[in-house]
Design a protein around this ligand. Structure first.
Ligand code: GLY
Length: 346
């Protein structure tokens, strides 16, 4: 073995040890990858959930056809937003407690450290495209509610239905089962949604990402989760890497979740180590411990990637020019740390 490859091997072995130690000290892993992913050149696309797989493939197709990395992120996410059978992303999503689907999205470009975001948008099929338009045509980062929708209309985005027929029927049933509200309206039920976060290392080494969701099903009108929050549901740092989140937004945004992941990678952690360590840190701070329903993906500038989630973990999708697959993340569980209290994200 040459000196260089021996050094690489030892570094790799040390990294694996760190992951194993972190898991045995305060968490258990449902399915720990045997080795940390190796560096690889872009294009590399990582996204949340198995429904991210076609989005990854669409992103790669756009790149292959000569599209820009931002086109790839946008078009990849648009594919999932177009799926009216997806209850978590786009207009097929579960509506809010008043029966209206309320969408959040953001996009980031590593070069220029640019970002665009929209929240609480109704009746528009592609919030990711509106977020991109905010980034590219305004001096702002985030537009919400009425202002975001007026902006979208002025920029030619077409209005669609505010909820699908199927989701409307399900909502009516849910509504009928709710106790009559006294004050503050109906309380949303336990969260039951996912999110598409997609992060991309381009062939030239630049990093991009986007995130789109219909958010917490039957949420209070006006509720905004982590997905459109830069550093919450998505963060891209072109010198280091990127991270994306899915799960209960309230349990991500209180910790600047994805920003934390990227900062750990900046300190030298492999993305897989960063995912585990950051969740452990969040669980230590949060009265609910690991009972948080949060999941993260991360990739770094070298083309290494990782993911982790609380509970049994989650499935995420990875694709390059030579493969496209769904992987299982480690799942972190442990007894709650510290006093139990508060109601955020329950
Ligand atoms: N993670 C998406 C949301 O909580 O809205």
């Amino acid at each position: 073995m040459s000196t260089t490859s021996r050094r690489e091997f030892l570094a790799q072995a040390a990294s694996v040890t760190v992951v194993a130690r972190a898991l045995t000290h305060s968490a258990t892993a449902a399915d720990v990858p045997p080795v940390l992913s190796q560096p690889q050149p872009g294009p590399l696309v990582v996204s949340t959930w198995p429904f991210g797989k076609p989005s990854n493939e669409q992103a790669l197709k756009i790149l292959k056809e000569g599209g820009s990395p931002l086109d790839a992120v946008e078009q990849g996410i648009r594919l999932t937003e177009s799926d009216l059978g997806n209850p978590s992303v786009g207009l097929g999503g579960i509506p809010n407690s008043e029966g209206i689907v309320q969408l959040d999205a953001c996009i980031m470009s590593g070069p220029g450290h640019r970002a665009g975001s929209v929240a609480a948008v109704t009746g528009f099929q592609h919030p990711i495209s509106i977020a991109r338009r905010v980034m590219e045509t305004t001096r702002h980062v985030m537009l919400v509610g009425e202002g975001a929708m007026r902006f979208a209309s002025e920029h030619g985005f077409e209005k669609g239905p505010e909820v699908t027929e199927g989701q409307r029927e399900a909502w009516k049933k849910w509504k009928a089962e709710q106790p009559k509200p006294t004050t503050g309206g109906a309380r949303p039920p336990a969260p039951n949604h996912d999110t598409l976060a997609l992060i991309l290392l381009a062939p030239d080494g630049n990093i991009y990402g986007g995130c789109s969701t219909s958010g917490w099903g039957y949420k209070l009108p006006g509720r905004v989760g982590d997905s459109p929050i830069i550093g919450g549901g998505l963060y891209v740092d072109n010198e280091v890497g990127a991270a994306g989140a899915t799960g209960i937004g309230e349990n991500v945004m209180r910790f600047c979740g994805t920003f934390l992941f990227v900062e750990l990678m900046r300190q030298g952690r492999h993305p897989q180590e960063a995912c585990i360590e950051a969740i452990q840190r969040i669980a230590k701070l949060d009265p609910k411990g690991f009972d948080l329903s949060i999941n993260f993906i991360a990739l770094d500038k070298q083309g290494r990637y990782g993911a982790a989630g609380t509970g049994s973990g989650f499935q995420y999708a990875v694709a390059s020019n030579t493969y496209s697959r769904v992987e299982q993340s480690p799942g972190l569980t442990a007894a709650p740390i510290g006093p139990v209290g508060g109601n955020q994200g329950k």
